[in-house]
Design a protein around this ligand. Structure first.
Ligand code: ATP
Length: 457
């Protein structure tokens, strides 16, 4: 597998990801999705919507704003407790997330999530934990640090106009539970899913797209009858895992981590993370949580509105339970590239870069290549125009054909369509497969069907 440095350099070289605000010296751990990165993130979201919403008879979509009424964050507990512990190095002023520092120093033997501040201080002192920047061990006491981004709305900068950028998309779904249920005449169980940006003022962002301050989430809140939570928890763990393997992620690169019971919040019935083997080790890709009726109850309490459900079968009224699979687009983006990249050694001793992405995810489904620019461009343009109405395809008439194949393999384009004299004479093209390099002869009018069959997910 690639190292993190190789990944960053590959992503920049081919236009997947650039450093954010680069010409101004950058902005710590902010990244831009380049032309290919924008297509890949779009395809990740499409795949998720397709499997989690469109192909489910239970689930619907929603799209709520980044800025919500601030009471939402009071009710959800984010204003009081969406904190991480931090310590500052007194020598060089480097700031570290204290729980991660403890975990690193213990070589992963301690899970410091939720560790008390005094226990963190004690561990740091007893183990003489050093600052990774300057090497000294002279830390401030551990303190909590709010991850919420605060800003003002309106023209008067007083406290009444304080608003927050959402740190997760889920709360927008909870507060619309009743609207969606009524408007869509839904019966339990049903799910509401949305994709959107979330913001967390992370103490130590890093590892490329893995931990950033502005990221995109794909969240499903699946509402169900109390008592059915274990069934749906298992269902969504399995469904999410299969979603990944069906997209080509190898099982050996995935693992499941069940949060220990004693670490769970009092309301939680279980949390399992699907972990991916990143270059620094297995780390969280997707969190699946069984959250009981905690969030809806809190919003009932703070808003005074009933968010109960009247069960039409039993005539009982209750607050639904929730199972929530929550995925970060950027973390899946990294996982897909790491999982799919290969530098293949060819028989003649050359190497070939290939991104074995599932065709559904590939930024371009095919590249159209006129063999000789002067002779075949007109026909190739026709083919490109025909295909681009239905698929994302690219057009390349630069360099020798071999080099053009190499570039399209390296960015994961599954099919290379060559337009040559046979196309002009017989109306056929050669379609080369990225992975096997095998070639098929296909009639121009059959190319769309050929791609449709193979791009499907
Ligand atoms: P971590 O323990 O890594 O901080 P978390 O458990 O706080 O993550 P959740 O609150 O469960 O994360 O968020 C759901 C998902 O959102 C995560 O599984 C991850 O894919 C994504 N995510 C969370 N924080 C970030 C971040 N700072 N940058 C990128 N993706 C993130």
């Amino acid at each position: 597998m690639m190292t993190l440095e190789e990944l960053v350099s590959y992503a920049k070289r081919y236009g997947f990801v650039f450093a954010g605000s680069e010409i101004y010296g950058g902005l710590a751990n902010a990244w831009d999705f380049g032309p290919l990165g924008a297509l890949l993130t779009d395809n990740i979201k499409k795949a998720w919507f397709k499997k989690f919403i469109d192909e489910s008879k239970y689930n619907v979509r929603l799209d709520t704003p980044i800025i919500l009424n601030s009471k939402v964050w009071e009710a959800s507990g984010h204003l009081q407790s969406f904190n991480d512990p931090k310590v500052d190095c007194k020598n060089c002023h480097n700031r570290e997330r204290a729980d991660k520092l403890v975990e690193k120093a213990s070589k992963g033997t301690i899970d410091a999530d939720g560790m008390k501040l005094e226990d963190i201080d004690k561990f740091i002192k007893e183990n003489n934990v050093k600052c990774p920047v300057c090497g000294k061990s002279d830390w401030t006491q551990a303190r909590t640090f709010s991850l919420m981004y605060k800003t003002n709305q309106g023209v008067v900068e007083d406290s009444s106009s304080t608003v927050y950028l959402r740190p997760e998309t889920a709360q927008g779904i909870y507060i619309d539970f009743k609207n969606v249920q009524r408007a869509m005449r839904l019966k339990l169980p049903f799910g509401i899913g949305q994709a959107g940006k979330a913001f967390r003022n992370e103490i130590t962002p890093g590892n490329f797209l893995f931990r950033v301050r502005e990221f995109e989430q794909l969240e499903l809140e699946f509402f169900l009858k109390p008592g059915d939570e274990n069934y749906w928890f298992e269902y969504y763990k399995d469904f999410s895992f299969k979603f990944l393997t069906n997209l080509g992620i190898k099982e050996e690169n995935l693992s499941l981590y069940d949060h220990p019971k004693e670490k769970l919040a009092f309301y939680s019935k279980g949390t399992t993370d699907i972990m991916f083997r990143y270059p620094w080790g297995f780390d969280e890709l997707w969190g699946i949580a069984s959250r009981t009726n905690y969030d809806l109850s809190k919003h009932m309490e703070f808003s005074g509105e009933s968010l109960e459900y009247l069960d039409p079968e039993t005539n009982e009224k209750y607050i639904p339970y929730v199972v929530e699979p929550s995925l970060g687009v950027g973390r899946l983006f990294l996982a897909l590239i790491l999982n799919s990249y290969e530098n293949e050694l060819l028989e003649n001793g050359d190497t070939r870069e290939i991104l074995h992405l599932h065709p559904y995810l590939a930024p371009y489904k095919a590249v159209v290549l006129p063999l000789i620019k002067k002779v075949h461009s007109e026909k190739a343009t026709e083919v490109f125009e025909m295909l681009s109405k239905e698929f994302n395809v690219s057009y390349d008439d630069t360099q020798a054909i071999g080099k053009r194949y190499r570039r399209s393999d390296a960015i994961g384009t599954p099919f290379a369509i060559t337009i040559d004299d046979d196309t002009l004479a017989n109306g056929t093209v050669t379609i080369r497969d990225r992975d096997t390099m095998k070639q098929d002869i296909v009639k121009v009018e059959d190319i769309k069907d050929y791609l449709r069959e193979r791009v499907n997910f």
